[in-house]
Design a protein around this ligand. Structure first.
Ligand code: HEC
Length: 392
């Protein structure tokens, strides 16, 4: 009897352990089985991680080191499961590009933590929301994601980060309010133009790309215009934005939502954007490019002829290149490459190759001249052979 009891309690004990094990979280190497599952867990992990990282003291507290490392490891696994999910490929091509760039960036952050480059890692984690934002604000459809945990986290963040996290979770009106408050504060204190610039760009991304609301866009721009003592460059940008928004208000909405008609309008916007974008630093064309991107992401999900596909990818590349410092940096190169591979040996692939090559050469040019690594050179030659007419 005693023996039986022992066996029984041992069994119960073991069962209990096993249960506990199952309950106590996924092993950190297992991937969620669905796209939606990966997304949910990305949000949970980032919600837990961000407050620990934004606050420098908490970030450096020895008690938090293990937790931070563990969450970053988990993010690395999750970001790869997004890249490999078949749901990713089924969306427009940008989702694939962004998910790859995201996974590479999380790997770099993980490596920096391991190497003790903690400041670099911190900066990377805080900026991770840029990837969530980029994917979630491509078009104006889709859910917003709230949770009680998220609300707790939001309270602990600074104004700009709070706006970014709200934007990443698609709470657009709340994000806009947050940025607006942040802009007011910065205009009053007349300092930190870098953050001010960022908040302005994000506000315009929300009002133009997502809310598609010229009135709200104009309100953002007028606020800057009226502020005393703003830098000259910002004033110049404001003039371009204002022209573009006022044109937008006069436009008649088009009923034809077919790819040909939509592409035609996008082409016109980009032409006008290019005219307003005088010189490398002038951001006057931003409004047109953001409007173009909002429609191009819809167009890329339609059934397109080869000709339309080539043009849509080319125009998306141009638009991302023009707004590149508010999005992940080399997205435009991905579009040019995709254009070359999808419609090789056409006029579109030639144009895409020209822009791709130029962007790559610029990227590798420093004070000691242009030095292209060998694998990059090989890659260029491969794309060139695909892009140009055979035998050139
Ligand atoms: C590669 C693109 C991409 C990236 C990067 C990305 N997401 Fe998503 N996410 C999506 C798509 C696509 C959906 C589905 C809704 C839609 O179409 O917009 C989605 C949905 C979600 C959902 C709702 C899931 C559900 O079904 O309930 C959450 C939560 C979410 N994402 C959180 C995040 C967070 C947090 C990040 C940043 C760490 C992130 N995502 C990064 C593409 C992305």
């Amino acid at each position: 009897m005693k023996k039986q009891f022992l066996v029984l309690s041992l069994c119960l004990f073991l069962l209990n352990c096993q249960n506990n094990h199952v309950k106590s979280e996924n092993p950190s190497s297992a991937s969620p089985t669905t796209f939606s599952g990966s997304m949910q867990e990305l949000q949970d992990t980032l919600t837990r991680l961000l407050p620990m990282v934004v606050d420098v003291q908490q970030y450096n507290a020895p008690a938090n080191q293990k937790l931070i490392e563990k969450d970053v490891k988990r993010l690395a696994v999750l970001s790869k499961s997004v890249t490999h999910s078949s749901a990713t490929a089924a969306k427009d091509p940008s989702v694939t590009f962004i998910s790859k760039a995201f996974a590479e960036d999380v790997d770099r952050i993980e490596e920096s933590l391991e190497l003790g480059k903690r400041d670099f890692a911190r900066y990377g984690i805080i900026n991770m929301t840029a990837y969530c934002i980029e994917c979630h604000t491509r078009t104006s459809t889709g859910p917003s994601f709230r949770s009680p945990q998220l609300d707790q986290t939001l309270k602990k963040l600074g104004g700009l980060e709070r706006g970014e996290f709200l934007l990443a979770t698609r709470q657009f009106d709340a994000a806009l309010n947050e940025f607006s408050q942040f802009i007011d504060d910065k205009l009053k204190s007349r300092g930190d133009y870098f953050s001010l610039d960022k908040a302005v760009r994000y506000s315009l991304a929300v009002t133009v790309k997502y809310l598609k609301d010229p009135k709200k866009s104009l309100a953002v721009v007028e606020k800057i215009k009226k502020a005393p003592g703003i830098p000259y460059y910002l004033k110049q940008n404001v003039l371009g934005w204002e022209v573009a928004i006022k044109d937008w208000m006069k436009e008649k909405p088009s009923k034809d939502r077919g790819p040909a008609a939509m592409l035609k309008r996008v082409r016109e916007w980009i032409d006008r954007g290019q005219k307003l974008q005088i010189g490398m630093v002038d951001r006057g064309g931003d409004i047109y490019y953001l409007r173009a991107l909002s429609d191009l992401h819809l167009i890329l999900q339609m059934n397109l002829s080869k000709e339309e596909m080539g043009e849509a990818l080319y125009l998306t590349g141009i638009s991302y290149e023009a707004v590149r410092d508010i999005s992940t940096y080399t997205l435009h190169e991905n579009y040019y490459e995709s254009c070359i591979r999808k419609v090789p040996h056409t006029s579109w692939s030639q144009r895409c190759y020209k822009n791709y090559e130029e962007s790559v050469y610029f990227g590798f040019t420093g004070s000691s001249g242009t030095r292209l690594p060998e694998d990059e050179m090989k890659h260029l030659l491969e794309l060139r052979a695909l892009a140009l007419p055979p035998g050139t």
